[in-house]
Ligand binder design. Sequence first.
Ligand code: IPE
Ligand code: MG
Length: 234
Amino acid sequence: MDGNGRWARKGGLIRLKGHESGTQSVRDIVEAAAEWGVGHLTLYAFSVENWSRPKAEVAALMTLLKKFLKKERETLLKNGIALRGIGRLEDLPSSVLDTLREVEKATAHGKKMTLRLALSYGGRQEITDAVKALCQDVTAGKVQAEEVTEDAIACRLYDSEMPDPDLIIRSAGEKRLSNFLLWEASYAEFVYSDVLWPEFRREHLLQAFQEFHGRVRRFGKVLDDTPSLQGETN
Ligand code: IPE
Ligand code: MG
């Protein structure tokens, strides 16, 4: 969710207004995604790198996050949406973490969609944390070195129930991964939008879905019948 600051600047507003306005987009996108049958939606809300923003902005974002969680709790429950946090959640201020845990618990039975908020999240940190947990299990003799497989790492990521994303949408014209879901994104399709996050609405989500549906996903395989070698058929 990028471009809150640029949106605020464009309107001569302080950055916080951009973040506040961005919560309207979150509401619309979450509602549309659930309505359209998306099973899993992950929003990159706050990265590990975001901690190095000015102290006042970080504090305002944390307050906004807590307010958002409290305000959306009922709507999430009503719409059957399970909320979960992924990231180094222990870095969040304790009152934000408590609120997050409470909403996670309250919405846990939601079957329509799982909404994940990536908070204090970094892809490298996630892989590092998973590898650390795996090493501890190896040291404790619970896992043998030969058992270190992709699955052994994947099941130690922040949420072992999160499927790899099919589609990653970037807003505000950015074209980089910015440490998001490094492990999980290996075969994700990317769609780029120039729209700043506070202006991003369901019609932009629909455009992204349409672009996604036009993609041919080969996962490294050959899908047509062009012979690979002289005289061969696939
Ligand atoms: C995204 O908007 C919000 C967060 C990272 C929390 P930005 O704050 O990065 O907006 P720009 O990039 O300055 O426009
Ligand atoms: Mg940005």
